[in-house]
Design a protein. Structure first.
Length: 433
């Protein structure tokens, strides 16, 4: 595991920590209890409004349930409530005195793997649920592999439904050992195991008296204290320009600002920056967040930057350090998750969208396809079908300013869009640059 990047002074570390919001997702096989776990977290941490509780209580009674079905807090689609499954990605926000959270409840069915990828793309932690009765299954391995592929820094394996195996420590230990054997082949560095019962609340927010053999933290304690401040790259400065701000008003007649989200690094007033692709340099005159002038901006802040010189900068351009630039390239090697029912076609023209930049591209070569069950590589494969993953080479019509995904998730990722339908058909993570 590489050392956490040092934070270059001057830098308000306390302000950065206050900005730290933990984005997490639940994943795993169908019926492992993902939606129920989120409902339990919200319920036991007092993060449910009274009218919400009344609504799901009434719905549960109407369906003949003996107890409140907490999964209804996230399963909002009619088809989800009828079938008792998750189809779409449901996002829920809540906060405790120690941290703010955004939870993505993702589906467990294999046919909705692309929805799981969508929810995982911005997550800093994956909660992988495993049914204690069945142990590690194919979807467990699939979702663990995708979490590793997407470089989610922290993984928490929640071995759920311990009440159905009589809270047996031997069951927990056997599943932990099985998962660790598979995870040893993945690029995972921070994996935690917690035995829980989402239905009854054991070890979710409150410690369980049914499992005295478990001496670790509850899930909520772990979520509140996991260290995420060093997850983002604070060294390599990258600012994709999303919008050129020209108010055209008498008060701001000559104002020219560049709006966007800091992808990585720390930007300060007075810093020298280079504008790509022009290669022209200037210094940062001012950084604004709404009406507030900031001394520094860091990821994932969305700010407006003004420069001392008037440069020709448009949407899709990038501000970076002149001495540490991303690679401008038209040839990209990446891992690609295919998200369309129509298989990937070599040499077909697609759109590629990377940060705020767009170009046309063709996929020249499929080096291999990965079997997520065994992690074996099929070098004879010629296409990727829905939910399949492979290593590809592609070429773009104009240069993109990229980093490796392991360095910066924002500048190391892209999506592929079908020209005819405008549907997103693939999500890629750059390996070589």
């Amino acid at each position: 595991m590489s050392a956490a990047p040092t934070i270059p002074p001057p830098f308000d570390r306390e302000a950065y920590l206050r900005m730290s919001l933990l984005r997490l997702l639940t994943c795993g096989s169908v019926d492992d209890g993902k939606s129920t776990l989120i409902g339990r977290l919200l319920h036991d941490s007092k993060a449910i409004f009274e009218d919400q509780l009344e609504s799901i209580t009434a719905t549960s009674k109407a369906r003949g349930d003996e107890r409140i079905d907490l999964a209804l807090l996230t399963d909002g689609l009619r088809a989800e409530r009828e079938q008792g499954i998750t189809i779409d990605v449901a996002y829920r926000y809540f906060a405790t005195p120690k941290r703010k959270f955004v939870i993505a409840d993702t589906p467990g069915h294999i046919q909705y793997t692309r929805n799981m990828v969508t929810g995982a793309s911005t997550a800093s932690m994956a909660l992988i649920l495993i049914d204690a009765r069945f142990g590690v299954v194919e979807q467990t391995r699939r979702h663990a592999f995708i979490a590793s592929l997407l470089r989610i820094p922290h993984i928490c394996v929640c071995i759920n439904k311990m009440d159905l195996v009589e809270f047996d420590a031997k069951v927990f230990n056997a599943i932990q050992s099985d998962f660790e054997k598979f995870a040893a082949r993945l690029e995972t560095t921070d994996v935690t195991f917690i035995p829980i019962s989402a239905l009854n609340g054991d070890n979710v927010v409150n410690r369980s008296t049914n499992m005295p053999w478990y001496t670790g933290a509850t899930l909520m304690h772990h979520l509140e204290h996991v260290h995420i401040a060093s997850d983002r790259d604070l060294i390599n400065r990258r600012f994709p320009v999303q919008w050129v701000i020209r108010p055209q008003s008498a008060q701001h007649a000559d104002y020219r600002g560049y709006g966007g989200q800091v992808a990585s690094g720390v930007f300060r007033s007075g810093d020298e920056v280079i504008a790509l692709p022009s290669g022209l340099t200037s210094r940062i005159k001012e950084i604004r967040l709404h009406d507030e002038v900031l001394e520094a901006a860091f990821p994932p802040m969305s700010v407006a930057i003004t420069l001392e010189d008037d440069l020709d900068i448009s949407r899709g351009d990038m501000l970076a350090s002149p001495y540490n630039q991303p690679n401008a390239t038209q040839d990209i090697e990446a891992m690609l998750v295919w998200m369309s029912a129509e298989p990937m076609q070599l040499k077909k023209k697609y759109f590629i969208r990377h940060t705020a930049r767009e170009a046309r591209c063709i996929i020249n070569d499929l080096k291999y396809r990965i079997d997520v069950q065994t992690l074996s590589r099929d070098a004879e494969a010629t296409q990727l079908a829905l939910n399949e993953i492979g290593r590809i080479n592609l070429r773009t019509t104009s240069p993109l300013f990229v980093d490796r995904y392991r360095q910066c998730r924002e500048t190391g990722s892209f999506i592929i869009v079908d020209e005819a339908t405008n549907n997103t058909v693939g999500a890629g993570m750059i390996i070589e640059r």
